[in-house]
Design a protein around this ligand. Structure first.
Ligand SMILES: [Zn+2]
Length: 278
């Protein structure tokens, strides 16, 4: 009895004071066109999110209440019309001050083990923690970075809710009436194939003196409707598309209208229509 009471108390929504809430909203430009009702629902969701997820600073980051609030707001946008239970099965969010390196180990086809380090701005483990760089999270939706590492990693969490990250999240029979995995896969793979072909074309046209990994190549990749990283796999295509869906909706819709429409049915939101409302 006492334990269940304590558990309930521990999970009571976190109160967010008005000035902190309004300051945090100002820092997330891609939700500037939310309606009053949406802000209200977002605030309630964020309060419960902060009560149920545990954030920890790493790499010397002092995890302030403002940082936690900012990350929680971005994280709750994708599930605004789905509910917090779509982030079930894990609790920890680790926040680094900036990009972080992780040790990797890979055995190649002939059995040679390669050990190396990878620099990341975010990572999501199946059933485990979600990790983000605060420096990257804070720049979400701001030029020259129209992306959101928070939405990216939380999209991976939605995808992994039914197992491996394959770019197809589970559907709810009530919320996603008429949606099927087969139709999703078809639309996803069609958009993914077209995007990959576009990327191949750009890489083939890169002048030989330009290193594809260097900043000098950026103006060439800027012609793509999504970050080139989306071509890594269907799972990354879904995560990068989810960022674009909320942060740069018009561009995504123009490039992949069917895919955009499907994402709108899944998230049960239409950011483009919201942005066009006078
Ligand atoms: Zn990813």
């Amino acid at each position: 009895m006492i334990r269940s009471l304590l558990r309930r108390l521990a999970r009571a929504p976190v109160a967010i004071d008005d000035s902190a809430w309004h300051a945090a909203l100002q820092a997330v430009p891609f939700i500037a066109r939310f309606s009053e009702a949406e802000y209200e629902r977002l605030r309630a969701l964020v309060s419960r999110f902060l009560a149920t997820k545990e954030m920890a600073g790493a790499g010397g980051l002092e995890l302030t209440a403002a940082i936690q609030l900012h990350i929680a707001i971005q994280a709750c946008v994708p599930v605004l019309e789905l509910g917090l239970h779509w982030y079930r099965g894990w609790t920890s969010i680790v926040v680094y001050p900036a990009q972080f390196t992780v040790p990797r180990r890979r055995t190649d086809d002939i059995g040679v083990v390669h050990e190396y380090e990878e620099t990341l701005s975010g990572e999501a483990w199946e059933g485990g923690p979600l990790i983000v760089s605060w420096d990257d999270a804070a720049r979400a939706g701001r030029a020259p970075s129209p992306y959101s590492v928070v939405i990216h990693e939380f999209a991976h969490k939605l995808d992994m809710l039914d197992g491996d990250a394959d770019g197809c999240p589970p559907f709810d029979p009530k919320l996603h009436v008429g949606m099927s995995r087969a139709a999703w896969q078809e639309t996803l793979h069609d958009a993914f194939a077209r995007f990959s072909a576009e990327l191949d074309l750009i890489e083939a046209e890169l002048p030989p003196h330009i290193d594809p990994e260097s900043e000098a190549a950026d103006p060439y990749y800027a012609h793509l409707p999504l970050d080139a990283y989306a071509a890594q796999s269907p799972a990354e295509f879904f995560a990068v598309s989810s960022e674009a869906f909320f942060v740069d909706a018009a561009r995504l819709q123009l490039a992949f209208p069917d895919w955009y429409a499907l994402l709108a049915r899944f998230f049960r939101q239409d950011p483009l229509a919201r942005n066009m409302t006078p």
